[in-house]
Design a protein around this ligand. Structure first.
Ligand SMILES: N[C@@H](CCC(=O)N[C@@H](CS)C(=O)NCC(=O)O)C(=O)O
Length: 79
């Protein structure tokens, strides 16, 4: 399942989540939202896999991506 690392207070994260839902994707069914606020396990994954302390961050198998617009474009083209 696509993993989307987010922070509750992040407008770019909200934008991606909203776009995903508008595409018909369902949280917990089609993609997983994971809290990546500082000092969370999700933050550790973002840093380890992506190398940058930035959200939103997406993992879909071997594909990883920062940048909300890129993630939305990826979802549109692949899902
Ligand atoms: N251009 C990026 C901006 C992302 C961004 O600025 N994210 C902020 C949160 S809203 C961030 O990662 N801040 C640093 C942090 O959370 O450690 C995008 O569109 O995704």
């Amino acid at each position: 399942m696509i993993q989307l690392y987010i922070r509750e207070d992040c407008p770019f994260c909200k934008k991606v989540d909203k776009a995903a839902q508008e595409m018909g994707l369902r949280p917990d069914k089609d993609y997983q939202l994971i809290n990546a606020a500082p000092l969370t396990p999700g933050r550790d994954v973002v840093l380890k896999v992506g190398g940058k302390a930035m959200v939103p961050f997406m993992i879909d198998g071997d594909t990883t991506m920062y940048e909300s617009d890129d993630i939305i474009a990826y979802l549109k083209s692949t899902v």
